[in-house]
Design a protein around this ligand. Structure first.
Ligand SMILES: Nc1ncnc2c1ncn2[C@@H]1O[C@H](COP(=O)(O)OP(=O)(O)O)[C@@H](O)[C@H]1O
Ligand SMILES: [Mg+2]
Length: 250
């Protein structure tokens, strides 16, 4: 099957430091490709390259086989790359519905609308309703985001990524700061929507990673040290060594 998103030899240098070094990976429709590695491995920088928030020093990004290297984040969004930002594009004083309407409107044909128009377009309202149903946020739809629990706010981030009707979903640590119960509910949510996207998932919670991932890439010091099927990653000596002390093998 053809890749929806592909990175070829992506490298990002920040004055002297190579944060991402010659990373290649791809993801097909319906697949969850997890990227793991210790802190500082370069995972978030890789996600920022894939979302267009950062431009690579070298290497290429392809969407549906077409080279889109150098596109900025709005362009990547229009090309179907949705990402969950950690709160940065959420307006805490607006309600869940209003936030979601804004994200829906950020798609091309509504992009020139202003805040005062939020919710005044039936098409937007229908899309928002669908998204909130899928992420199970209907019951808090009229609440301000600032009033929600941490877990619910993370669900809003996923909702905003879905609102642009993406082909690719980039999730950078969607379970960060969550309790066990909240984590399980987000894992269940991701299971329920996974067939509709190519998902690239950065996550530290290894139970979640191994529950969700079809394929894994392991990063260390900017580079890829291993990639493959979950069972191969679990038994890899190199991966074990990179995660000194953490046992994947059970
Ligand atoms: N904007 C930046 N400027 C300079 N260095 C950065 C920047 N962003 C990340 N880095 C560095 O790049 C390396 C990889 O960081 P990051 O991608 O955040 O890793 P991870 O998400 O795997 O923890 C780290 O050493 C980090 O300090
Ligand atoms: Mg990170």
């Amino acid at each position: 099957m053809r890749s929806v998103i592909e990175a070829r030899g992506l490298t990002k240098r920040f004055s002297g430091l190579t944060a991402v070094s010659d990373v290649s990976l791809s993801c097909e429709h319906g697949v969850i490709h997890a990227v793991i590695g210790p802190n500082g491995a370069g995972k978030s920088t890789l996600m920022n390259l894939l979302s267009g928030d950062l431009k690579p020093t070298s290497g290429n990004i392809l969407i549906d086989g077409i080279d889109v290297t150098g596109s900025g984040s709005s362009q990547m969004s229009l090309l179907g790359v949705g990402r969950s930002y950690q709160r940065t594009n959420i307006y805490p004083s607006l309600t869940v519905v209003e936030n979601c309407n804004l994200a829906v409107q950020s798609r091309s044909k509504f992009s020139m609308r202003f805040l005062s128009d939020v919710g005044s377009h039936p098409e937007v309202e229908v899309d928002t309703k669908n998204v909130l149903e899928r992420v199970r946020l209907e019951s808090v739809a009229q609440k301000r985001v600032s009033e929600l629990s941490h877990g619910e706010q993370r669900q809003v981030e996923i909702a905003l990524a879905l609102a642009i009707k993406p082909k690719v979903l980039l999730l950078d640590e969607p379970l960060a700061g969550m309790g066990a119960e909240e984590s399980l509910s987000i894992v269940a949510l991701l299971q329920s929507i996974r067939s509709e996207f190519a998902v690239i998932l950065v996550e530290h919670d290894m139970d979640a990673v191994f529950a969700l991932a079809d394929t894994l890439t392991v990063m260390l010091n900017g580079g890829v040290i291993e990639s493959g099927l979950p069972q191969d990653i679990r038994s890899s000596d190199r991966v074990q060594a990179a995660y000194l002390g953490e046992d994947f093998s059970d």
